[in-house]
Design a protein around this ligand. Structure first.
Ligand code: FE2
Length: 196
C-alpha cells in the first residue's frame, strides 16, 4: 500500500475537508498559538466521526505500532498520519521538534509528559492523560515536546489521527532513555518510502 491520495483514489471527503481547512489555517493563522487553537478545533471535528478512515490505514502490526501517512502537504508545512496501536503497544520517550496534535479516533491511548531534571534524567511530568474518542492533545517545543504514548487498551486496537507541522516521517528527532541518553531517529511511514 502506498499513499492514500492518488488520482484514482481521492481522500475521503471528511479528510479532504480537514486538509483544505488546515491549509488555510497554516497560511493565515500567524504564529503557533493561534494555529494550534484553530487546528485543534478542526481535528476535534475530524475525529468526532469514526466513519471515514479506510481499513488499510487502521491495520495493526503484531509487534509494534504503525504510522500510516494519510496526507503530506506539498510544501511540507504539515502532515496527517494515522497511528494504529495493537494491544499493549507503545512508544519510547521521544520528542517531535515541531508542533503536533493527537486526535483520538477509536479506542483509547495514554500520553505521559516527561521533563528533564538538572542531571539530564527524564521524569514523568504531571499526570498521564487518557485520550478518549473525540479528545485532542497538543505537543510542541514551546508547550512541552517530550512524552511517552501507549495504547490504553490491553486487549483492543486503538487508532489516533496525528497532525504535525512538518512531514514528520522525514524529521530528525530523538528517543530518550530515562537516564537521559538521546538517540536520533527518523520515523518514516509504514506505507510509503521516505527519501531524505
Ligand atoms: Fe509523540
Amino acid at each position: 500500500m502506498r499513499r492514500m491520495e492518488t488520482p484514482n483514489h481521492p481522500l475521503p471527503p471528511r479528510l479532504q475537508a480537514f486538509v483544505r481547512q488546515l491549509e488555510h489555517a497554516v497560511a493565515h493563522a500567524g504564529g503557533e498559538a493561534p494555529l494550534l487553537s484553530r487546528a485543534r478545533a478542526l481535528l476535534r471535528d475530524l475525529v468526532a466521526h469514526d466513519d471515514w478512515l479506510p481499513a488499510p490505514f487502521a491495520r495493526p502490526h503484531p509487534q509494534h505500532y504503525q504510522q500510516y501517512l494519510l496526507h503530506a502537504d506539498a510544501a511540507q508545512r504539515f502532515s496527517v498520519v494515522s497511528f494504529v496501536w495493537g494491544p499493549g503497544q507503545g512508544t519510547p520517550i521521544h520528542d517531535h521538534t515541531v508542533w503536533g496534535l493527537i486526535g483520538m479516533l477509536r479506542g483509547a491511548e495514554e500520553s505521559q509528559p516527561y521533563a528533564r531534571d538538572a542531571r539530564g534524567r527524564w521524569h514523568p511530568h504531571g499526570p498521564a492523560r487518557r485520550l478518549q474518542p473525540g479528545d485532542v492533545e497538543a505537543v510542541s517545543p514551546t508547550i512541552g515536546d517530550v512524552h511517552r504514548v501507549r495504547n490504553a487498551l490491553a486487549d483492543g486496537v486503538s487508532v489516533s489521527i496525528h497532525v504535525y507541522g512538518a512531514d514528520i516521517g522525514r524529521v530528525r528527532r530523538h528517543v530518550f532513555t530515562e537516564e537521559g541518553a538521546a538517540k536520533p531517529f527518523v520515523s518514516g511511514y509504514a506505507n510509503t518510502a521516505v527519501h531524505p
